[in-house]
Design a binder for this molecule. Structure first.
Ligand code: ARG
Ligand code: ZN
Length: 864
């Protein structure tokens, strides 16, 4: 139970049902920032307009500042007051000009919200509620304002001054300082405000929109990083074209800038005309970035660019609508990435990510609907549920509508809500109208949390040629939602003949909307095998009674690549769960299916690499009522060893076949590298005597980070002397590159060795470790806490280590600390001894004096 005193010491809950339109609008603001890291003066001039016939004062959100002065219509006033950090100003008329002045200290801002210093430069992050840390303002997304921004700063330290919109003027101030002014013609909520002051250079390019607008693109980085921006520039141009071609959306300003910074709470931010990125999602070259990094950069660049329409032109009415922009934009970036390479492999990666991050959220104490009903701290709701399940919900609507109608529906949405702050309901209404379908019951996806479970059982009467598929759905209870209604589940399915391996009929899309349904198939002349939820058409857990033989059959013969992968995964999972429960399992079916996949000439390397990879420890754990981390680890190691031994020749052939020529970033070269490292892992798992030298050879000869880190990962889980050698070489080679050092930390934190916790504890004292940089904190603490076996070791020391780090991190950066709570919240899934230790750590966190509301919310909900 929550300690009442602690609970009442924390601010109130915000509820969706309490939404009220703003009392005052702010059509215009002029911001004047006199920049200095230690002390920045912010003068704000707001034109405010009363929105209805009420007599309430103007309430401007703040975050602990007191104003140095307040003027109304040019006259200094004293009858303002501060209430719960907000500046309250009584006003008599229907429109006024408000001027405030505050002083802030960017170099003491460790939360990285508002205006802060990173690597000697100054930058901002305002979503969700950071703007109030810069100036007093109605900090809510339904207040849309036109911005004029003037910045002044030391010219030598901050030669570049950027803000949203277009540059309109600049000049010298004579005293070593200079100024620049930017105007953004598009009214926007304050969470999209951004400015940057720094010593930066740009990789510049031009994009001509389809209507002929010439857009000056710039990606701004430290001078030394300039050569690492080529990939991001290409991704940006490709995204701009894609959004024109696929959604008919064109860019709307003359300038589009991106700035990369090293200290950033998450991936990137879509500020109008001035995106700010975590440098890990911009900087790449073959030497320092993996293929995974290259792909993620393209996806995040696209994501933030696509927000210009899905987020900026049409924004959110309130933060409960967050999935309106995030779910839709993730769906858009996923579709974009699918179009750039193998759509099947992209879908596999996305589903793997959903299962790793969102399914556990949905089945744990922090489960929430994609449109939540209440929060203490909105930053805690930038979750896999809002983003990734939100994207799946959009995808289901796109599937039900079909491509033409979906495009008609999104056109309608963009046209109707352009320039406004909209709701999820507005979006769904456009899907209904544009698509001509009824989504009444489908809306439950917005309000019900939890992952639906579908059971499917197919029977066949050879005599009559009739097959019957029995489907049932079950919605598990989640916190605050004990009883749920059946949902609409779009399930793609198809039957295959067990003898001929030919399809029986074509793929069908069925909409399961009742608790139970039956579907009959006639003239089925041979035994049918069921392929269901093809392409992962619905984000559900499917339970079937298909045998190992049927799963192996589908892994070889299904004509949907995702379904092939899925059948193989299910076969592996069944085997691994069996092994974890009983200490042993029959590995023959998996070995045969993997052998078959490896030798299928129609499959490309990237797909093979995904298909032959075993499910992760934690995904195996998710299948079990109680997670036994040691048993799962042993079962998985045993299967890896047997696969390695039984197919050693095939792994070596795959490995040699994939020893590509020079580095090239193309789908086929990427696939080869992926398969090569997967094969290396199996060769090592087999216990082959030359495995470590093979890995070390790959490590040393690599001309790219994918191969080098792949080899390092293999070595770091083993006992060979090459492990230490490779770690040292890697460290020395990259000691001046923060992003690569993050890999050095995370690779060790993810090690399968028995002494991982000891290594990680040691690394937390390393001179390059700091909690002040979110990437570094995540690389060590975040990676360790998803290493299921190491984190959950029976002594409980893994829990203690993470809790210690999070308590320390909370003092600097509550947002990043709170994001790392969920692994401790999984206590219900573990035995009593572990559960008690996890709870004790959560209780220790909740009892910490001065705990942030971010952490309080996450930790206390995790205990409930
Ligand atoms: N809107 C940003 C994106 O593109 C992320 C902002 C995250 N904000 C936060 N408070 N966690 O996804
Ligand atoms: Zn986003």
């Amino acid at each position: 139970m929550l300690d009442v005193q602690t609970a009442t010491a924390h601010p109130a809950v915000t509820r969706r049902e309490d939404y009220r339109p703003p009392d005052w609008q702010v059509p215009e603001i002029a911001l004047d920032l006199d920049l200095d890291p230690a002390s920045t003066r912010v003068n704000a001039t707001l034109n405010v307009v009363r929105t209805s016939a009420h007599d309430r004062p103007l309430v401007l959100d703040g975050a602990g500042q007191t104003p140095l002065s307040v003027k109304v219509d040019g006259v200094a006033i004293n009858d303002w007051r501060i209430e719960e950090d907000a500046l309250v100003i009584p006003l008599s008329g229907s429109a006024h000009v408000i001027e405030t002045e505050v002083e802030i200290a960017p170099d003491r801002n460790t939360q990285l919200m508002g205006l802060y210093a990173s690597g000697g430069n100054l930058c901002t992050q305002c979503e969700a509620e950071g703007f109030r840390r810069i100036t007093f303002f109605p900090d809510r997304p339904d207040v849309l304002t036109r911005y004029k921004v003037r910045m002044a700063a030391d010219k030598a330290r901050f030669p570049v001054l950027l803000a949203n919109g277009d540059p309109v003027g600049a000049g010298d101030l004579g005293d070593g300082r200079h100024w620049a002014e930017w105007h953004d013609p598009y009214p926007k909520p304050c969470y999209l405000f951004a400015m940057v002051a720094g010593d930066l250079v740009a990789n510049r390019a031009t994009f001509i929109t389809r209507s002929g607008r010439q857009v000056a693109l710039g990606i701004w980085v430290r001078p030394a990083d300039l050569p690492k921006t080529a990939h991001a520039i290409e991704a940006l141009k490709t995204s701009m074209k894609w959004d024109e071609d696929v959604y008919g959306r064109e860019y709307d300003l003359d300038v589009f800038n991106i700035v990369a910074v090293d200290d950033f709470n998450f991936g990137a931010m879509e500020n109008k005309g001035l995106n700010i990125f975590n440098s890990r999602y911009i900087l790449a070259d073959a030497e320092t970035a993996t293929d995974y990094d290259f792909d993620a950069i393209a996806a995040v660049v696209a994501h933030e660019y696509f927000h210009n329409w899905s987020g900026n032109r049409v924004t959110c009415r309130d933060w409960f609508q967050l999935s309106l922009k995030e779910g839709f934009t993730v769906f858009r970036d996923q579709s974009f990435s699918a179009d750039q390479g193998s759509a099947a492999v992209k879908r596999i990666e996305d589903v793997r990510g959903l299962r790793a991050a969102q399914f556990p959220e949905d089945s744990g104490p922090l489960a929430h609907a994609i449109r939540p009903d209440a929060y203490l701290e909105i930053s805690n709701f930038y979750t896999a549920t809002i983003y990734n399940k939100g994207a799946e919900v959009i995808r289901m609507m796109a599937t039900m509508l079909g491509p033409k109608q979906f495009r008609a529906a999104t056109d309608l949405y963009f046209d109707r809500f352009d320039g406004t702050a909209a709701t999820c309901e507005d979006f769904v209404a456009c899907m209904e109208e544009g698509g001509g379908i009824d989504l009444t019951q489908f809306r439950l996806w917005y309000s019900q949390a939890g992952t639906p479970r579908v059971s499917a059982s197919l029977t066949h009467e050879p005599g009559s040629g009739r097959a019957v598929l029995k489907l049932a759905q079950r919605m598990p209870p989640t916190p605050g939602q004990p009883d749920k209604k059946p949902m609409v589940l779009p399930l793609k399915l198809k039957l295959f003949g067990a003898e001929t391996a030919q399809p029986i009929g074509s793929e069908q899309l069925i909409l399961l909307s009742d608790a139970e349904e039956q579907i009959s198939f006639e003239t089925v002349t041979e035994r049918p095998v069921l392929s269901i939820n093809r392409g992962f058409s619905a984000p559900v857990i499917v339970e079937t009674d298909r045998s190992a033989a049927d799963l192996a059959f589908l892994s070889a013969h299904d004509d949907d690549p995702f379904a092939r992968y899925e059948a193989m995964q299910q076969l592996m999972l069944d085997t691994l769960v069996e092994g974890a429960k009983h200490g042993q399992a029959d590995h023959a079916a998996v070995i045969a299916a993997v052998a078959n996949t490896l030798q299928d000439p129609h499959l490309d390397s990237a797909f093979i690499a995904e298909a032959v990879l075993l499910p992760s420890d934690s995904f195996i754990g998710d299948q079990m009522a109680l997670v036994d981390p040691e048993a799962i680890f042993r079962a998985r190691e045993a299967l890896r060893r047997d696969l390695g031994r039984a197919l050693e020749a095939q792994w070596r052939a795959a490995y040699d076949g994939a020893r590509a020529a020079k580095f090239e970033y193309s789908p086929s070269a990427k696939g080869q590298r992926r398969l090569k490292t997967v094969a290396l892992g199996y060769i090592a798992a087999s216990g082959a005597v030359d495995a470590a030298s093979l890995a070390f050879g790959q490590f040393e000869a690599a001309d790219n980070m994918t191969d080098r880190q792949g080899a390092l990962t293999t070595l770091v889980s083993g006992n060979a002397p090459e492990r230490i050698a490779a770690l040292d070489i890697f460290y020395n080679r990259y000691s001046d590159n923060a992003l690569v050092l993050d890999k050095w930390f995370s690779t060790q934190a993810l090690s399968a060795r028995d002494d991982t916790l000891a290594m990680v504890t040691e690394l937390a004292r390393h001179r390059d470790f700091t909690l002040a940089n979110p990437n570094r904190a995540r690389a060590l603490v975040g990676a360790f806490s998803v290493n299921q076996r190491a984190f959950n070791q029976a002594s409980g020391e893994g829990y203690r280590f993470v809790a210690d780090q999070l308590i320390a991190l909370d003092k600097l950066n509550p947002q990043t600390a709170a994001k790392l709570i969920p692994p401790l919240g999984r206590w219900r899934r573990f035995d009593e001894a572990r559960a008690a230790m996890m709870r004790a750590e959560l209780e220790r966190i909740v009892a910490t004096p001065g705990l942030s509301k971010d952490m309080f919310e996450q930790a206390s909900r995790s205990l409930a």
